[in-house]
Design a protein around this ligand. Structure first.
Ligand SMILES: Nc1ncnc2c1ncn2[C@@H]1O[C@H](COP(=O)(O)OP(=O)(O)OP(=O)(O)O)[C@@H](O)[C@H]1O
Ligand SMILES: [Mg+2]
Length: 339
């Protein structure tokens, strides 16, 4: 039996879809930082993941985020940095899907649009064949010895996953021209599909994304309160949809500044979409606009309304936000792996 896996290697989070199993892992690996172990109340392998390579160990994902002093982000400026580091994270992630000591896999993987061709090629070459995977649970010290036989690995631009998933949901048989706007953490990727192929001149990335919103809000709150506020700390406020923050024991409403900056960022994204689609050949007819990625929660509705108001789509239901914008790429890649 072969396990088909969809993986979305985002700049902030690796998303994995495999049947009912959906996994989110922070996109970082780190040097081990041995100390007290066994005290964490969360003993899942996913949150205590150590990959062993020869005599070198790597903390992966949440464990690296919380415990490593020396950490390596897998991506920055909207692209995957090193195929080697990414490979470490992917191997560790695969260990979470192993049912037996040895399993067969087909993988379909998405990387940020701006990722260089060389990194993409290296990745697909590495992630093939028989992979020996040794992992340890840092909290329980349990060791696992796996062999993943990867029969095939496809590496594609991230937003392509959502394209495949939404077209299937819409019952489209053929490849229709579509613009996918994937608003992630550190970058927004725009992928234009024309006659079933990515159109490079009409695709691109911009650095305005969710991180821009939290940075601008942090700056505004800092000016107002005099306290130092880290953008990262506003992330969970935004994720929880809260309208207030507590700073120095006092509550402040963030509704106005959040709306103000999300409008601004949404406008920047739409301007870039307009500029890119202006390069399409005259016979192109963009049927769908899809807004996805975690940023769709913050900017999706504004962008969707603007697309409809600008009459870029024939009907409102052709401007789509997937039901789970964070996972939709990984879910689409899983469909590709199954095919
Ligand atoms: N429910 C939510 N509401 C609001 N924001 C959310 C929600 N879920 C995730 N986010 C935000 O979305 C961002 C992550 O989105 P996503 O996982 O699409 O990014 P990524 O794929 O890692 O990055 P990129 O696409 O730039 O490579 C984070 O900034 C996160 O805080
Ligand atoms: Mg993404």
């Amino acid at each position: 039996m072969t396990t088909h896996v969809g993986i979305d290697l985002g700049t902030s989070t690796i998303k994995i879809s495999c049947g009912d199993t959906k996994i989110l892992i922070p996109s970082i690996i780190g040097e081990p930082n041995p100390g007290w172990t066994g005290m964490s109340s969360d003993k899942t392998l996913e949150n205590n993941l150590v990959l062993i390579e020869g005599n070198k160990e790597w903390y992966v994902g949440e464990l690296a985020r919380l415990q490593s002093e020396v950490r390596y982000a897998l991506a920055s400026e909207g692209q995957m940095k090193s195929a080697e580091n990414t490979f470490i994270a992917v191997k560790a992630a695969l260990s979470l899907l192993m049912d037996n000591p040895e399993d067969d896999f087909v993988l379909a993987t998405g990387v940020p649009v701006a990722t260089g061709a060389e990194v993409m090629k290296n990745l697909s070459r590495m992630m093939k064949g028989d992979l020996k995977i040794n992992v340890r649970n840092d909290s329980t010290s349990e060791l696992f010895d796996y062999k993943a036989n990867v029969q095939k690995t496809l590496v594609m631009p991230e937003p392509y996953g959502t394209y495949v998933k939404i077209l299937k949901e819409k019952g489209e048989e053929s490849a229709v021209d579509t613009v996918i706007i994937d608003i992630g953490h550190g970058s927004t990727d725009i992928l234009t599909m024309y006659q079933g192929r990515p159109m490079r001149t009409a695709s691109g990335s911009l650095i305005e994304a969710t991180d821009t919103l939290t940075s601008r809000m942090a700056k505004a709150l800092q000016d107002k309160t005099g306290a130092i506020i880290k953008p990262f700390d506003l992330m969970s406020t935004i994720r929880k949809g809260r309208d207030q923050v507590m700073i120095g024991g006092q509550y402040y409403s963030i509704k106005e500044i959040k709306n103000y900056y999300s409008d601004q960022i949404a406008k920047i994204i739409i301007d870039e979409v307009m500029r890119l689609i202006a390069t399409l050949p005259p016979d192109a007819f963009v049927e769908y606009y899809i807004i996805t990625g975690g940023g769709a929660h913050s900017f999706g509705e504004q962008i969707r309304k603007q697309i409809i108001a600008s009459k870029l789509v024939a009907e409102g239901d052709k401007a789509v936000i997937p039901s789970n914008p964070v996972l939709s790429n990984a879910e689409g890649f899983e469909l590709i792996a199954q095919r």
